[in-house]
Ligand binder design. Structure first.
Ligand code: CMP
Length: 150
């Protein structure tokens, strides 16, 4: 299968921000070879989060998930790589932190199914939709790592 360059939406959730592990999380994606192309700290409204997580509406975890995601600021990022969606999901581990494989971000820093430190898109199409909640197209930076050294 041919590799494709993708962006994926990663959110450091309120537990990640409040436990002061944002730096560890960002460093991990950097050192795994992904490129950071956009980042901002936001406190999304309940309405934004209800739309963002609309696919889960009606599930028993929906309301607590929205309350949790509103409880503190989050850091939203776009990370770019070939097959970024699959790469990032591998790095973060299973949804429930208790089931996440050793060495994954959720195993290292998460607590349970809700307090699982990071969100990441599950497809390239959803990544585009999710990033559009927080970024304009021109917010996604185009650069090469050598650019600083001219
Ligand atoms: P996330 O990657 O942000 O996508 C949807 C979120 O819903 C998921 O991470 C979890 O935080 C939450 N979630 C999904 N399934 C469950 C569950 N069974 N119990 C609690 N929270 C869940």
């Amino acid at each position: 299968m041919r590799d494709t360059m993708e962006n994926t939406c990663v959110i450091i959730k309120p537990d990640g921000v409040c436990k002061k592990v944002s730096g560890d999380i960002i460093k991990r994606f950097d050192s795994e070879g992904l490129k950071l192309v956009a980042m901002r700290m936001v406190r999304p409204s309940k309405e934004t989060l209800e739309q963002f997580y609309a696919v889960h509406k009606g599930r028993e975890f929906f309301e607590p998930l929205i309350r949790f995601m509103c409880s503190a600021p989050v850091i939203v990022m776009a990370w770019q790589a070939e097959n970024a969606v699959a790469k990032v999901r591998q790095i973060i581990g299973a949804t429930n932190s208790k089931d996440a494989a050793a060495g994954t971000l959720r195993a290292m820093f998460g607590t349970d199914g809700r307090r699982n430190v990071v969100h990441a898109s599950d497809s390239a199409a959803n990544a585009q939709k999710e990033l559009a909640f927080f970024f304009k197209p021109e917010d996604l930076m185009k650069y090469e790592y050598g650019d600083w050294n001219k």
